[in-house]
Design a protein around this ligand. Sequence first.
Ligand code: CP
Ligand code: NVA
Length: 303
Amino acid sequence: MANHLLKLMDLSEKEITDILNLADQLKYEKKHGIEHHYLKGKTLGMIFQKSSTRTRVSFEVGMYDLGGSALFLSSRDLQIGRGEPVEDTARVLSGYLDGIMIRTYKQSEVEALAQHGSIPIINGLTDYCHPCQVLADLMTFREFKGNFAGKKMCYIGDGNNMANSLIVGGIKMGMTVAIACPKAYQPDAEIMKWATENGEFICTEDILEAAKDADVIYTDVWASMGQEDEKAEREKVFKNYQINDNVMAVAKPDAMVQHCLPAHREEEITAKVLEEHAEEIFAEAENRLHAQKAVLVKLMSDK
Ligand code: CP
Ligand code: NVA
């Protein structure tokens, strides 16, 4: 496996499977009180330029579980927030830490940290992608459905960071991927081209076409972090891009629903569908912990 987790496109199907297998093992060990201090004495720095509940807490607890420690570094307090170049920050932090998780806007900033630092870099969400979330999503899908081959993933909503990573993760694992979104809000064009060339992929404006016979239906917020000023306009554009009973009626009868959270009830998902699928959705949130611990061990352990 590469030395970093910058985006899912960099991982092979086998590398993803290895992470998921280790994540399952770590989840089992945690549930059974089996200590797994694979990162004893190691420190992860966590740089946040955007808010977070799940990513922050799961990485911090994950490092603790693995025998190491984590530092929360808000960009408001770092010199990076006052313009210190990422190239310099990378070289300085490489002297103190054993790994960095960063949540920021530009993917290029994450890539620059990896290029100029000498320790593993983990992407904790950019405007372009959210690989840690989708590793947890794949883990959850496999937990509930057993395997990926021939299964259909549907995503309804904004062609954002989640859509980009779900397409890559779904196609790499052999799933059919169907995206429903407004024309002007499609996922990354290069990712869609790659998906078309490498698997079964459609992108349509028709939510029922995308949801038909799906094994899992995903959605995400209509306005992502950093798009707050577009909120009113997006509420109009995405009005019909919602997971509700009509959508669930055309999916497979045992279809799962997934949401990376936070959710906006009665916007991208009805409160009714969310509560009916709460078990799967909160298992997905919990699996952030286990999947990320697997990534931390793969990237930071000496073994
Ligand atoms: N899903 C997710 O990344 O949640 P947070 O923004 O709370 O980290
Ligand atoms: N697309 C959302 C995901 C939040 C976890 C955002 O970027 O805000």
